[in-house]
Design a protein. Sequence first.
Length: 461
Amino acid sequence: MNRFAALLALLLLSSITHAQDAPSVPDKRDMPAANTEDARMRALEERVRALADEVATLRGELKTLREAKSSEPGTGNRVLLASARIEPGTLPSNATSAALAPVAPEPQITQTQTYGGATSNGKLLNPDISLIGDFIGTAGRNTVSPSRSLELHESEVGLQAIIDPYARADAFISFGETGVNVEEGYVTFTSLPAGLLLKVGKMRAEFGKVNTIHNHALPFIDRPLVTNNLVGGEDGIDDAGISLSRFLPAPKNWFFQGTAQVYRGDSDDVFTANRRQDVSVVGHLRIYRDLGESTNIDLGASYARGHNNAGAGSTTFDPANFLTNLYSADATLRWKPLRRAIYHSFLLRNEFFWSARDQLSPLNVFQTQHAFGLYSNAEYRVNRRWTLGGRFDRSGRATNASLTDTGFSGIVTYWPSEFSQIRGQYRYGHLWDVPNDRFTNANEFLFQFLFVMGAHGAHPF
């Protein structure tokens, strides 16, 4: 026991002596806390400065590459910037230079704004462009108003665009075998005070229903007899002017709209302006109401007034005193179920016209001819592809109200798609033959091919 105690004391004495001879190393736990925080701050500052230097170097090289690319647009290689990778917990001592490496070109995708569902750079500046072709053929006998056997009746080019949040523009140019005509071209201001809607340009007048519809949008190949006899035929009341319309308050869920228009006064053979002040005016009132989920009714009344050419060359009467007053009333009943609209629908439309035309009698006496006309049209969609229709016509002549033409038509339409139509129409007419001074019968079969290219806006409902 004494020997063990003596050995333990000897080992302890040797350890103390070795510790006194060894150099002293300060323990980190004895370092003040302030010195440790300062060291950490200095390390972070060095890291931030190094990263800032590296970012500045990369920005300079990227700017140089962009300038080189803009000055040499034909280069086929792209240049990639490869910077030094910084591992977690490590930091390069200095900024690493970016490496330049030519690689094969990659497709570039440019994201543009979307207008009307079309996404392209050209859409930002170009309008919607459409082309509609109308090819008509005729067979049979008609000595009063014969048509060509085959003709490209009309090719209509449409240009439509939103100008700004306050206006839009529409232009329709008609190319026919006899020439080129601006059918319509106008600008519409949609954000006027008091809920007003203003149109300025050349446009079809809001007179009745059929006068406002372009040829290719009609439910039949030809136009009714009454429009040919009293309202100027195919062109109708279509002139340069100003149109102002507004929705009006109406009771019991009725939609009520009023339109007032002023035109230059030249519309085919309906109105003729002999002087600058011989403008024509058109007024239209429309009321509409939904009778149910699938059925609605549309009623309208119209008035038009302008000068005619009946007094041209007269030495007895002032040509400015010869006027034409037109009146019309229309009624449309639609049945179009929402869930089956592309398969079944029905439309019934009636229009009535009255004409009061000042003119000279054969005895050179001033008189007013009062003529009346109407048409009644029905159309039923049997299924998605086929539509059946019929029309009855009756109309007096504007220059001779005692001569009344009558007729009826049966119409079949096949829709290969919403962009094309194939239509056949049988037409019978009991017409006044002016050269032979008698009535004659006309029996004809008409067929039509319609096709649409591009984005064509909807027609008035």
